[in-house]
Design a protein around this ligand. Sequence first.
Ligand code: CA
Length: 225
Amino acid sequence: MKILVVEDERQLSEVLAALLRQHLHEVDVVFNGTDGEDYAMTGVYDAIILDIMLPRKNGIDVLCSLRQQGNATPVLLLTAKSEVGDKIKGLDNGADDYLTKPFATGELLARLRAITRRGSEFIGDELCAGNTVLDKNTHEIGGEKGRVKLSAKEYQIMDMLLANSRQIIPKERFVEKIWGFDSEAEYNSIEVYISFVRKKLVAIGSNLQIKAVRNVGYSLEVSEC
Ligand code: CA
């Protein structure tokens, strides 16, 4: 997943970023509310960890503003013990969950998993489509003929495709999400990784196909036969 951390306490934000990267997430960190809102509004994040007490614009105002502009990215609020009122205000204004500082890292990861569960196709820690299952813990993909492990980038590609199945995902979105905004990844890198994923889909006997839409992007389809 791609996660935005908005936290002005440098030490805490560093620990959070390291923890999330260790669990194979892509992480961007910003240190004030206005940057938080600008980054969040790009819509490339799967979840936002948002502190309440922030310079320039507090977390509650950032959250309200995101929701008013139609941004529905799951938000996990970080609160200090003394901010009980803010916590309630946050939940009323569209936060998905909150965590009181200090917190155990295991709890943070569990709450992140909970707020990012998507729709009916999400069963436990697996995403399914057609005859194919993607395991979010082991990063294995399974079909009729067996299971294989995906590399980190292959996994992110498959995760994006499965979460938005039958929609065309533009190439730029893959690049932004997997390589990051300041990445120099060429658009043909995405083609290379898509071809790796296609080979693995064939190898496991999957009935899913990654279709290329010329000059636009890719979509995931279940083949009829
Ligand atoms: Ca703070």
